[in-house]
Design a protein around this ligand. Structure first.
Ligand SMILES: *Cc1c(COP(=O)(O)O)cnc(C)c1O
Length: 369
């Protein structure tokens, strides 16, 4: 029995002293937001760390996705092929842009969009593909790009889970036309709230800048109908502090995930996702798939663990396509694998400071049922 509650994640933080020292200059400058010094510094450093050509910081990951979709100027009512096995933000960003999500099934082995099923969903109205590197599992970026090229579609990745992930030696944000990252407090790297768009077309920088700053380009000049998506200086400084420690945080997560892997390896009915070769991972999540050979159903396991103070998450259940706000409104085709996964997946607690002792308690509980 755990004597203290264990949550699925725990936000990483610099020491109190490090952050306080870092924000001190703001009391002199009084420059608290509007693309200040620290915003610029973080943008530059993240561009380098994420190994991407261009980067625009945003107030959060959702606005990053909403605004980059808007920046692409798709015709109203255009169709966007996407995955329902994701956080609701992905689908909302499409719908809030006046576009129609078309839900594609996912692959059971890693939860990413099933690239073999994308072409069957393409119509004359299709404008883009919005796949998700779910849990940091890398989509089949090569095949998705081939399809996009063949049909003249844009590819925008939701890389909210994939901070620092590399594939074939390249930053994950350098694939597709654009990728968005989330720097929410619960993610591998965070700025309390925050996010970014990574891309390669330099013209997009200007467009995103206008979108996140009301289209203001001079004291008396507004060039486009933008909104407000700016990251403030306190957040940027939190990011600069966290970035100093992120390598270590990922290394700690790796230890946790590898220990889970070892301990749960041979357990009947507990499946783990496949790891794509040539991928540098970030160990953001440890999802398991609860199969028939396991004595409990996923929901029962979730409840039993909760009774013991172990808080796991049913990421991602229900599918976004099944949510009340979208139910039956949009086109989907055979979401059997996605439904099956949503019913059987469970994300176990992972954070750098999760003690191996606690992890053993979690595993012991899973084995005890
Ligand atoms: C966290 C998350 C987002 C949204 O990011 P915020 O920074 O919370 O706005 C979008 N997509 C996915 C898959 C996420 O996990």
């Amino acid at each position: 029995m755990c004597n203290k509650k264990i949550f699925v994640t725990r936000s990483s933080m610099p020491t109190y002293e490090e952050y306080i020292e870092a924000i001190k200059p703001l009391w002199d400058s009084r420059w608290l937001t509007n693309m200040g010094k620290y915003h610029q510094e973080l943008e530059g450093k993240l561009k380098e760390y994420l190994d991407v050509q261009e980067l625009s910081l945003m107030v959060n990951g959702h606005m990053a996705l909403e605004m980059v979709i808007q920046a692409m100027d798709f015709p109203e009512g255009g169709e966007v092929i996407t995955t329902p096995f994701t956080f609701i933000s992905t689908t909302h960003a499409i719908v809030r842009n006046g576009l129609k999500p078309v839900f594609c099934d996912v692959k059971p082995e890693d939860g990413t969009i099933d690239e073999r099923k994308i072409e069957g969903l393409i119509t004359e109205h299709t404008v883009a593909i919005v796949p998700v590197h779910v849990y940091g599992n890398v989509c089949n970026v090569e095949e998705i790009q081939r399809i996009a090229d063949r049909y003249g579609l844009k590819v925008i990745y939701d890389a909210a889970h994939a901070f620092g992930v590399k594939y074939k030696g390249k930053g994950i944000g350098s694939y597709g036309d654009a990728s968005i990252f989330s720097f929410h407090a619960t993610k591998v790297f965070h700025t309390i709230e925050g996010g970014a768009v990574a891309f390669s077309d330099p013209e997009l920088y200007e467009k995103l800048f206008n979108l996140k700053n009301f289209g203001i380009r001079g004291e008396e000049l507004v060039v486009s109908v933008g909104a407000n998506g700016k990251m403030n200086e306190f957040s940027a400084i939190m990011g600069l502090c966290n970035l100093r420690h992120v390598e270590q945080a990922i290394a700690q997560r790796k230890v946790v995930c590898e220990e889970y892997e070892r301990q749960l390896g041979g357990v009947p009915g507990i499946r783990r996702f496949e790891k794509k070769p040539e991928t540098e991972r970030n160990y953001g999540y440890f999802p398991i798939v609860v199969g028939n050979e396991y004595p409990l159903k996923r929901d029962e396991l979730y409840e039993k663990l909760k009774e013991q103070g172990i808080y796991t998450r049913k990421y991602f259940y229900p599918l976004t396509s099944d949510q009340d706000c979208f139910n039956n409104r949009y086109r989907e085709m055979g979401l059997e694998c996605a439904r099956e996964l949503a019913k059987s997946v469970l994300v176990l607690p992972v954070y750098g400071e999760l003690e191996i002792e606690k992890l053993r308690e979690i595993v012991k509980s899973i084995l005890s049922f």
